[in-house]
Design a protein around this ligand. Structure first.
Ligand code: FDA
Length: 426
């Protein structure tokens, strides 16, 4: 049993949706493109799962967040794929790939061959088992990566409303989940090993603002600490989380967000890897000319950082690398991707954006007590990164622009005084 396509996208997440739209805009023929996805629904905007999807009032539900609404573009419901002659093979896992034969084999035994493959397999959530802790399959322990996880979390939040929730991990998934749990009137404790939240990006001063805000919403922090084990009832349900320092935290619900690992496994001995991802060039083409990689699974040269190879786990990178790969495949004159790294988050009524790289000297500005603040990162006399809380569209475009331009900074004190004005005047 086998089928043959010109183009196959392996994976049906954010990058797949944006790639599909670009294929159609560039005139892909009917029956030429196939998308294979383990998920049972077409590509959707994954970040919605930890934001609108978890709201207690008027939560976001499909079809409202099918790609590509996250970039204010066309929404692609299931019928769209049909109308454009795209084979959407859902609920199907690819279990092996043979790059030489240009062939994928699914768990149902079907073989699908391609002329060009785009790998868009994204990443998976790390499990507690990866850190030697068992029982993360207990009925009240949740991860959050796909719609099934999100539905489970919603069900548990409804069941235990007013109860105790423990969030393990202080990255953006942990922070967004903690905010959602508090909004759902749960008593929330956050546990993470670092000295402050979002330590890969935030400075202590920025983290302090968000932690204070969370505390004002009732969230309690257990920092420089870690989960040691669970205390379970006779049915195997977790009833308390035991921390490394011996603290017992009562738990009706545990949410784990401790990082992700890119899904490279089908290709590890067939394609070149770097930074844990599939290494591609500026056209998103891998070490095999018929294979491209995009999104979380791709490690690509970032021009803005002198073509240093980076793997970015952000939705904007997934959208743009996907579109660029299709441009490179279909037009063959796309040039190399010139990408400005960007990440954002929204929690409670707060919302921040960050562009560029967080290296060099940090200059904070604004009023941290009222939530009107930002920061620039300066390296070798130029702006390499910029963070802003609560900016409007124009403000965010301005901070993106100073990073893109690598604006020169002559006087740090003046930059601190000017704050956002520095970016708005450029
Ligand atoms: P993505 O994970 O979206 O899709 C991968 C797809 O491949 C999935 O459909 C998967 O099932 C499929 N797949 C994998 N292996 C397969 C196989 N062998 N066979 C078949 N199918 C297979 N980013 C950001 O910048 N700001 C934010 O606020 C957030 N918020 C956020 C919240 C939550 C809850 C999550 C989980 C993630 C975010 N992100 C984010 C990250 C962002 O969503 C992420 O960077 C993109 O989804 C990456 O898109 P990809 O298409 O690369 O992978």
């Amino acid at each position: 049993m086998g089928r043959d396509f010109v183009y196959v996208i392996l994976g049906g997440g954010v990058a797949a949706g944006y790639a599909a739209l670009e294929f159609v805009r560039r005139g892909v023929g009917r029956g030429e493109l196939c998308i294979i996805s383990e998920e049972s629904v077409p590509p959707y905007e994954r970040p919605a799962l930890s934001k609108g999807y978890l709201l207690p009032e008027a939560p976001a539900r499909l079809p409202t967040f099918y790609t590509c609404v996250g970039a204010n573009d066309e929404q692609l419901p299931p019928i769209w794929y049909k109308e454009h002659g795209i084979d959407l093979v859902l609920g199907t896992r690819v279990k092996s790939a043979n790059v030489q034969l240009k062939q994928l084999t699914t768990t149902t035994g079907e073989t699908i061959t391609y002329k060009i493959l785009i790998i868009a397999t994204g990443a998976r959530a790390l499990k507690l088992e990866n850190f030697g802790i068992s029982e993360s399959d207990a009925e009240n322990v949740c991860y959050l990566w796909n719609l099934t996880d999100a539905n489970r979390l919603v069900g548990l939040m409804q069941e235990y409303r007013g109860g105790n929730a423990v969030v393990i991990g202080g990255g953006y998934i942990g922070m967004e989940c903690a905010a959602a749990l508090a909004t759902n009137r749960m008593k929330v404790a956050m546990v993470f090993p670092d000295a402050y939240c979002m330590s890969r990006l935030f400075t202590p001063k920025i983290a302090d603002f968000y932690e204070s805000y969370y505390k004002s919403k009732g969230v309690i922090f257990f920092k420089r600490n870690a989960l040691a084990s669970f205390d379970n009832d006779l049915k195997g349900k977790v009833k308390a989380v035991i921390l490394k320092d011996g603290t017992h935290l009562p738990a009706d619900l545990v949410v784990v967000g401790i990082g992700i690992r890119p899904n490279t496994n089908l290709f590890e001995d067939q394609l070149q890897l770097e930074k844990g991802g599939i290494k591609v060039n500026g056209q998103m083409q891998s070490s095999d000319p018929s294979v491209y990689a995009v999104g979380d699974v791709a490690a690509f040269p970032v021009k803005q950082f002198g073509n240093e190879i980076r793997r970015l786990e952000h939705v904007d990178a997934a959208r743009k690398t996907a579109k660029h790969a299709v441009a490179a495949i279909m037009a063959r004159d796309a040039g190399d991707l010139d990408y400005l790294p960007f990440i954002y988050s929204r929690v409670f009524t707060l919302s921040w954006q960050f562009y560029g790289d967080n290296v060099g000297r940090v200059v904070h500005y604004g009023d941290f007590s009222s939530g009107n603040f930002g920061a620039y990162w300066i390296d070798k006399g130029v702006v390499v990164g910029a963070f802003l809380e609560g900016g409007n569209k124009g403000d965010n475009e301005a901070i993106a622009k100073v990073v893109r331009l690598k604006a020169t900074v002559n006087d740090i004190a003046e930059l601190q005084r000017a704050g956002l004005e520095f970016a708005l005047c450029k």
